[in-house]
Design a protein around this ligand. Sequence first.
Ligand SMILES: *[C@@H]1O[C@H](CO)[C@@H](O)[C@H](O)[C@H]1NC(C)=O
Ligand SMILES: *[C@@H]1O[C@H](CO)[C@@H](O)[C@H](O)[C@H]1NC(C)=O
Ligand SMILES: *[C@@H]1O[C@H](CO)[C@@H](O)[C@H](O)[C@H]1NC(C)=O
Length: 287
Amino acid sequence: MAFPLGALMTTTLLLFLVAFSLIPNVHATIRSSWGHAAHNMVGRDNKIVDLHKHHPVFGPGPWRQAYATFYEGGSGTFGGACGYDDVVKDGYGLDTAALSSVLFKHGEACGACYEIKCVNSTQWCKPKPSVFVTATNLCPPNYSQPGDNGGWCNPPRQHFDLAKPAYLKIAQYKAGIVPVQYRRVPCKKQGGIRFTITGNPYFNLVKVWNVGGAGDITEVQVKGDKKLINWTNLKRNWGEKWETNAMLVGETLTFRVKASDGRYSTSSSVAPKNWQFGQTFEGKNFP
Ligand SMILES: *[C@@H]1O[C@H](CO)[C@@H](O)[C@H](O)[C@H]1NC(C)=O
Ligand SMILES: *[C@@H]1O[C@H](CO)[C@@H](O)[C@H](O)[C@H]1NC(C)=O
Ligand SMILES: *[C@@H]1O[C@H](CO)[C@@H](O)[C@H](O)[C@H]1NC(C)=O
C-alpha cells in the first residue's frame, strides 16, 4: 500500500513541477504569437486559462492630479468617441466622463473606470468623497482657447469632462472647474461582456462593451468552427468598435478579449452559426 501511494505522490509532484516550469514558456509563446494575423491556438486554451488564475485581479492604481468640469447632454450623447450608442442603455449609467486626449489615448481608455475626488477646495467640493465613472467619450482640444483658460482638454492637460450628474455628486455647479485626484479602479459590471456585431459579410464591426475588471481592452480575437478555425485579430476601428473583413457569416463564433492588464477572457461559442448582423451576444466577463 505504502509504495503505490508514494509513487503516486512522486508522480503528482513531478507533473506539478513540469507544469509549473512550462508556464513561462507558454506565456512567452502566447506573447510572441499575439499580434499576428492568424494563429492556431487550438490546444493551448486550457493553459491560457491556467495562466489567468495566476494573474492578479485588476486593482486600483496610484492617485494622480487632474481637473474636472462638466458637460450637459442626454444619455445618447455621452458615448460619442468610444462608439457606445447610449451609455445608459449600454449599462454605464450617467456616471461617465469625457477624457482629454492625453488620457483618452485614441480610444484606448474607452471603458476604463476611475475614482475621482474633488480636492483642495472646501468652498467648491461637496462632502461626498468621490465618484466612480467610466470613460465613454473624448473631450477634444480647443486650440483657440488657452490651456489655463477654457482649453481645459488641450494637451498636455489631464482633464475629466464629467457628465453633469457625476460632477454634481462631488462639486458645486458654480465652481465650473475643480482640481481633482483620480485613480484607475476595477470596473464592476452586471453580467458578461457584450459583443454587438454590425456591418456586412465583408466588413464586420464588433462593439465590445460592458467589460469588467480593467475595463479597457487592447486586443480582440475571433474564431469560428468551420473555415475560420484560427484566431483572427480584429483591429480597433474607433473606440470600442473593432473591425475585421474575415468571413464570420455562418460560423459559430468565439471571442477572446485581452484587457489592458494583460488578462484574457474567452467567450466560447457565444454567437450561434445563424447569428445575424445587429444582434448582441453575451460572453464571459473579467472578475
Ligand atoms: C491555421 O493556421 C495554421 C498554422 O499557422 C496554418 O497552417 C493553416 O493553414 C491555417 N488554417 C486556415 C484555415 O487558415
Ligand atoms: C472653441 O473655443 C472658441 C472660443 O471660445 C469657441 O468659439 C468655439 O465654439 C470652441 N469650439 C468648440 C468646438 O467648442
Ligand atoms: C492640492 O493641494 C496639495 C497640497 O495641499 C498639492 O500638492 C496639490 O498639487 C493640489 N492639487 C491641485 C490639483 O491643485
